[in-house]
Design a protein around this ligand. Structure first.
Ligand SMILES: Cc1cc2nc3c(=O)[nH]c(=O)nc-3n(C[C@H](O)[C@H](O)[C@H](O)COP(=O)(O)OP(=O)(O)OC[C@H]3O[C@@H](n4cnc5c(N)ncnc54)[C@H](O)[C@@H]3O)c2cc1C
Length: 308
C-alpha cells in the first residue's frame, strides 16, 4: 500500500493548514505538496518542500533586487537561452525535497546520483515492512539479445506465472526468517534474545521497499531526469523519473518545457554526425561506410534521424 490511512490523515492535516508567506510560491507545486503519487506496486513520490519558481531562475540570472521578472514571454525566452547554452547555475537556485518509497534495487541505481542530499529509513533502528516489489506480468521479459543491459520479448504467461511464484515464495520465506531472527519470543512464547535488526536484514532480497528523503537542486534534478526518464533507463526507475517529471512540469513550467525541448526530446550530434547531416541536406547519399562513424554510432545517428 503506498500510504496507510494514518499517513493519509497526516497528509490531509498538513494540507489543511496553509500559512501566509513572503517567499516565492509556485501554484503548480502547491497542489502536489505532501500528496503521494503512487509508483510501482507499493512505492510513491511525495513533494515535501520546494524553493523557488521559474521567476527565481530569472532573478538569479539577472542578479536582480526584486522579483526580477520582465514579462512571462521574456522570462521564458531567458530560461530557454540558459538551457540552450548550458548556463546551469541559475537552475541551481531552485531546490526540491521529495519523500520516495522505492525497492532497494532501484535505490541502488538512484543513489549513484551524488549531487543530492539523502536521508534513508534506518533498518538498523526500525523493522522493515513486509513489502516487496512484484512486477506486473507485462514487465516480465527475457534478456534482450541486442542490448546486454535490457529486456527483450515478454515471457509467456506460463513462464511469467512461474517467475512470480518464485519471487513471492522467496520474499515470504526471507521475511519470515527475518521476523523469526529479530523476534524476542520463540513460537511458544518463551523469551529469546533476538538478532540485532542491523544483522537480520542481510538476507532480505533487493525487491524489498526502502524510503528516503531526497533533496536536489533543479540543475542536478534535470541531469537525473535526463538519464532516468530516458528509454535506456530500467523501467522500474523510469516510472519514478516520470512521476517526478509531472511534479517538475507543474512546479517550474517554463524551465521544464525548455528541458523537455532541449534535453529530453532533443539530441546531441558529434562533429562527424553534424557533417553527415550537412552532406545529406545537400542531397548526398551517406552510408555508415562513408560516414566515418562506427557501426554503433551510425545506428544511434540513424535512430535520431528516424525519430525526428
Ligand atoms: C542507462 C544507464 C546505465 C548505467 N549502467 C551502469 C553500470 O553498468 N555500472 C555502473 O556502475 N553505473 C551505471 N550507471 C550509472 C552511471 O554511470 C552514473 O553513475 C549515474 O548515472 C550518475 O550519473 P552522474 O555521475 O553524472 O550523476 P551525479 O552523481 O549526480 O553527478 C552529476 C555530475 O556532477 C559531476 N560530479 C559529481 N560527483 C563527482 C565527482 N566525485 N568527481 C567528478 N565529477 C563529479 C559530474 O560531472 C557528474 O556528471 C548507468 C546509468 C544509466 C543512466
Amino acid at each position: 500500500m503506498p500510504v496507510t490511512p494514518d499517513q493519509q490523515a497526516e497528509i490531509d492535516a498538513l494540507r489543511a493548514t496553509p500559512r501566509q508567506t513572503l517567499r516565492a510560491v509556485s501554484e503548480g507545486a502547491e497542489k502536489h505538496l505532501y500528496t503521494a503519487q503512487p509508483v510501482l506496486d507499493h512505492g510513491f513520490v511525495r513533494l515535501i518542500d520546494y524553493m523557488g519558481d521559474d521567476a527565481a531562475i530569472c532573478q538569479a540570472a539577472r542578479v536582480s533586487y526584486g522579483k526580477g521578472t520582465k514579462s512571462v514571454q521574456n522570462d521564458e525566452g531567458l530560461i530557454r537561452y540558459l538551457m540552450r547554452h548550458w548556463h546551469s547555475t541559475p537552475f541551481e537556485m531552485c531546490e526540491i525535497k521529495l519523500h520516495v518509497k522505492l525497492p532497494v534495487f532501484v535505490a541502488r541505481q538512484w543513489i549513484r546520483h551524488r549531487t543530492a542530499n539523502v536521508n534513508e529509513y534506518s533498518a538498523r533502528y526500525s523493522i522493515l515492512d513486509r513489502e516487496f516489489y512484484m512486477p506486473d506480468p507485462s514487465q516480465l521479459a527475457a534478456q534482450s539479445t541486442i542490448n546486454n543491459q535490457g529486456r527483450g520479448a515478454s515471457l509467456t504467461p506460463d513462464e511469467s506465472a512461474r517467475v512470480l511464484d518464485i519471487l513471492k515464495g522467496d520474499a515470504a520465506q526471507t521475511y519470515d526468517h527475518y521476523a523469526e531472527m529479530i523476534a524476542e519470543e520463540g513460537p511458544d512464547g518463551t523469551p529469546k534474545q533476538g538478532l540485532a535488526r542491523e544483522l537480520a536484514r542481510m538476507n532480505l532480497p533487493a525487491n524489498i521497499y526502502t524510503q528516503w528523503y531526497w533533496k536536489v537542486d533543479l540543475h542536478n534534478l534535470f541531469h537525473f531526469l535526463r538519464l532516468r526518464a530516458d528509454a535506456h533507463a530500467q523501467y522500474e526507475i523510469r516510472v519514478y523519473a516520470d512521476a517526478i517529471c509531472n511534479i517538475v512540469a507543474d512546479w517550474v513550467p517554463a524551465a521544464y518545457n525548455a528541458f523537455a525541448d532541449y534535453r529530453l526530446g532533443g539530441a546531441v550530434l558529434s562533429a562527424k554526425g553534424l557533417a553527415c547531416l550537412q552532406r545529406m541536406l545537400k542531397g548526398e547519399e551517406v552510408t555508415q561506410e562513408t560516414s566515418g562513424m562506427s557501426k554503433g554510432e551510425w545506428r544511434e545517428f540513424e535512430s535520431v534521424l528516424a525519430s525526428s
